[in-house]
Design a protein around this ligand. Structure first.
Ligand SMILES: [Fe+2]
Length: 346
């Protein structure tokens, strides 16, 4: 068995591969680590065959859908998953064949309705059902403390005590634990009575994970994160540095339209000298009146450099092939002490 752990903050993903066949499965991949997964499997000479989410994640962005498109392999989740892009929906007891390895799914609802654990040889990937010294929380959408109690005490914890536990989260840098160790030491598992366990879980008063609405929206729908939208736009536009723009304005070399896509009040409070105002919300509607020459050089700017990246990508799609985005935004321009003009557009 070839095995790798990839940590992203407190999130853990796992590559598990068969040495004989070079087939591999990737468990709980995270969106920012796509290059790492591909590089790691290439290093080991592995081909990813399955992309598995142990459950609908509320605290990080899953990479399964994006990797599935890139690698042309199925996304695997439990059949209770609400995500429309899941290709292979498992029920408890079913197996995935990864070369000589057999990954057996165990349905363990509680943290979420679609939570599953995966057993293979000497280990079990427990998702957020069982963590080292803790359990997954049950107060997020589709969580249920009574179901978690049953999944743990009537299911997972009845497995061989020697089985190694690899959870989807670990915050203290421990690589793994075992079922036996968790039964003995995990404080949450000391409440074996269902009523006491449920009461404890319902009174944890945990803060909501950051990005929960965005994580649930994208992980459940297959939609894009804001960071993805920006990265995709940025990959398709050229940028101009603040200094280059300053030199350009000073030398007045060539024709350059500076297009400010912020709202009017921000523009009037201070803009790059000579800039033309066209708020992002009106771009498509007013572009034909405001920008009559599709071949002109257009420098697009906004406050932080993000909205201008999106606007530049839109302009280039519309045929303004000379559109470039300011690298840094007007905030950075202001902080650099470069000249600003205030007042209405002439
Ligand atoms: Fe989770």
């Amino acid at each position: 068995m070839i095995f790798e752990t990839v940590a992203t903050g407190g999130c853990r993903s796992y590559v598990i591969g068969c040495e004989d066949s070079c087939a591999a499965a990737l468990i709980d991949p995270e969106l920012s680590q796509i290059d790492r997964y591909i590089a790691l499997t290439a290093k080991h000479g592995l081909r990813i065959r399955y992309l598995i989410d142990t459950h609908t994640h509320a605290d990080h962005f899953s990479a399964t859908q994006q990797l599935a498109r890139r690698l042309d392999v199925p996304v695997v989740m439990h059949r209770a998953s609400p995500a429309p892009f899941v290709d292979l929906r498992l029920q408890g007891g079913e197996l995935l064949v990864v070369g000589r390895l057999r990954l057996q799914a165990m349905h363990t609802p509680g943290h979420t309705r679609d939570s599953m654990c995966l057993c293979v040889e000497d280990r079990v990937f427990t998702g957020d059902t069982l963590l080292i010294g803790a359990t997954g929380r049950t107060d997020l959408p589709s969580g249920d403390a009574a179901e978690l109690h049953a999944s743990l005490f009537e299911g997972l914890l009845k497995l061989d005590p020697a089985l190694k536990v690899y959870p989807a989260h670990e915050y203290k840098g421990r690589s793994h634990s075992t079922i036996g160790q968790e039964l003995a030491d995990n404080p949450r598992l000391q409440k074996r009575d269902a009523g006491a366990f449920i009461e404890m879980m319902q009174n944890l008063n945990l803060t909501m994970p950051t990005h929960i609405t965005e994580a649930l929206r994208t992980n459940m729908s297959g939609g894009k994160t804001v960071a993805q939208m920006l990265a995709e736009a940025a990959a398709n536009v050229p940028f101009m540095s603040l200094l280059e723009l300053k030199n350009c304005l000073e030398s007045r070399k060539g024709e350059l339209t500076v297009l400010d896509v912020r709202e009017r009040d921000a523009y009037e409070a201070g803009h790059i000298p000579g800039a033309q105002l066209l708020p992002r919300g009106q771009l498509e509607l007013r572009v034909n009146e405001e920008l009559t020459n599709p071949t002109s050089r257009i420098l697009v700017c906004c406050e932080f450099g993000r909205v201008s990246t999106l606007a530049t990508a839109t302009l280039r799609q519309m045929g303004f092939t000379g559109a470039v985005a300011l690298d840094g935004g007007i905030k950075a321009w202001r902080e650099a002490g470069y000249p600003l003009q205030s007042g209405k557009q002439p």
